[in-house]
Design a protein. Sequence first.
Lengths: 298, 473
Amino acid sequence: MGLQDLIVFIYFLLFIMVLLWAALAYSLIYRYFRTKERIKIKMKVIDAIALRFLDHKRATYKMHWLRRYVQSKRQRWFIAGIFLKVNNVITTLDDTSLKTMAADIGLTKVLSQDLKSLVWQKKAKALLFCYELGLTEHLKTITSYRNHSHILIRREAQIALVVLLGWKSLKLFPYITYPISLWQQIRIIEKLKIYHPEPIEKFVILACQTENPYVMELLVRIIRSFDLEHFKGYSIAQIESPELFLAETALETLQSFELNTLDVNQINLSLQRMGQSPFKLKVDAFISQHGNRLSQQL
Amino acid sequence: MIEFIRYGLDYFFFGYGIALFLCYFGFVLLAIAAIKSNAKRAEFLNVNDIKGANDLPSVSLIAPAYNEGKSIIINVKSLLSIQYPYYELIIVNDGSKDDSLEQLIKEFSLEKAIVPQVSNLISHAKVRDVYQSKDLKYKHLTVIDKDNGGRADALNCGITYANTNLVLCTDADCIIEQDALLKMVRPYLEEIDREVIACGGAIGIANDSIIKNGTLKELRLPKNIVARIQVVEYIRAFLLGRMAWTQMNGLLLVSGAFGLYPRQRVLEVGGFDHATVGEDLELCIRLRAHMERLKKPYDVVYIPETLCWTEAPASFKVYITQRDRWARGLWETIKKHKYLFYNRKYRATGMLFFPYWVYFELGAPIVEFLGLIYLIVCASLGIINWPFAIALFAAVYLIGCIFSTVSILLYTVNFKHYAKPSMVIKLLLAAYLESFVTHPVMVFAEMKGYFKKIFGIKSTWGTMSRKGFTTIK
């Protein structure tokens, strides 16, 4: 490389530098105007939603510009996000009004298209929107995504099934082959508590057929959260699991129940079968704590 | 023969430089992918949802304090105000000689308490007393007063008292964002088939910023040029470097100022190493090696958002002390874990990530220093083609500036902290001055650290005098 080549290279580097400065300036200007525009849209959408609840006729007039925004790919998800936020905050007598409004402005239609999109992010967002607004018409498509290879798609699909089908959805869980993250388990229990607070035990029994340790962990958490004392035995059985996370969750669950002599004996039997490990010490401590309590009661 | 050596050296320096620039270029691409993927995933795990959730993993926040009397109260208040439903704060007073403990006792109505140690798997200096507050408002606060044993020892002590799933190791002089823990637990909530063994968050510099009630009220750029250049340095290191390594799952360092670990794994490997001043890097490498030996899949992740703010050295003296210590820590850690070097048993950690650290993190200051000596020798022998050398310097300088500009651009696009045009311009100017102001000093400090290690000169942690944050009531 000669001096001349090096000088050409320096010019090239300077050109890149100028491009970066331009990109920086553009990003600052773009952010300024986008923030301004988004605040404006947010106010207008909330205004339109409020008007819809108060004065249906006047609100219909307001829908035209909202429809236009929904068609714009750039703003669609932003508006959907506002709908979800409002849905999480406001409770109205007519719980389908927001869903109807979303349908009226064409939001539901475009999101249905996104449900079949090849882009995982669009698909997962559409699933999120479906269950937050209770769009049961897409149940078939949602069910087909429950074992999708993309973690976020199957996560949102599984949550959607729980929200839309309630406890009945648990009968599909033995067919779930992928692991379930802690966050998904938390969300599923949260949604069950909000939308379906009354447990239906026959579906829990069906779900117990699963061999997936992550689904088992979810079931143990459900047993604890809904205080399903009949299923105490299921939790005891998981203490011996080779999967430490499942065994630990089972032990935590058992701590929330009153145990009888039979339960303690069962745990004792499991303990004898366990190899030496820090978890065994935990179980041992748990048994001696409960043993003491039981002998005091007797 | 001389000609042969000269050409050999020329090609060595040229090859090294090209390899380093190619790595950095790769980092830019990987960092962009990592930041994008992180942002997309964050859309599906809102911090507000985490805030109200049950069954979250519990977290112990462990903050060692040594002579932090100037800012201990404001910092503990900041740590107490963190939003997380299941957390406890453990302040470890590491034998401070100032009135830190007295201030804490007075401010938080502390009284001596009998708190059992949860684990005795790791050793630490003698604990004098454990304090808890009489005031219910501060029921999550535990203060451990112990003999001085250094930062690693204090953290180990805190870990043995922690009774939670995760431990967050930080410093008592850090300002942590209110929602930092909610963001930091995200990888642990989302983990499925790979266990997250460490999680770090980006650290920002808050010199001259306004702190109110222990939280960052207004972020300002440091007035001092040394501190301001470090803002760029931190942005580049965290946004480009660490995010790129996260994307490859090759991260070997989670900063000591802000790192979240599963308590059980830290206990298994024996906690932080007392014998090194680079205890954060050492622990992360040891955790990785441990998981490789267990043959269990794992992840070390980084959150690109700035979640923790600290005060950077504002004088060359303190800056040299800090970088000298970092260099010694790096040397000690590399030496301790030299068995990893091209060891197939440790897969990518041994074959790729550790060698990178040897060649480009440990090696870079040495190569740079040798290059400088070579330049001086060549100049004194009159065998330098000056026009070419100057043009080469300009090109290398510009490449460095481009990497800094890219990191500032990425930060501006993704985060709001430095959104004002005036701030961006000041950051760019600081970035372009770095090569002339702090970089030569940094190379000197690193060589000083290596020199101490090579010749066995005893050296300690070093005094880090601080001005303290600007606080308003």
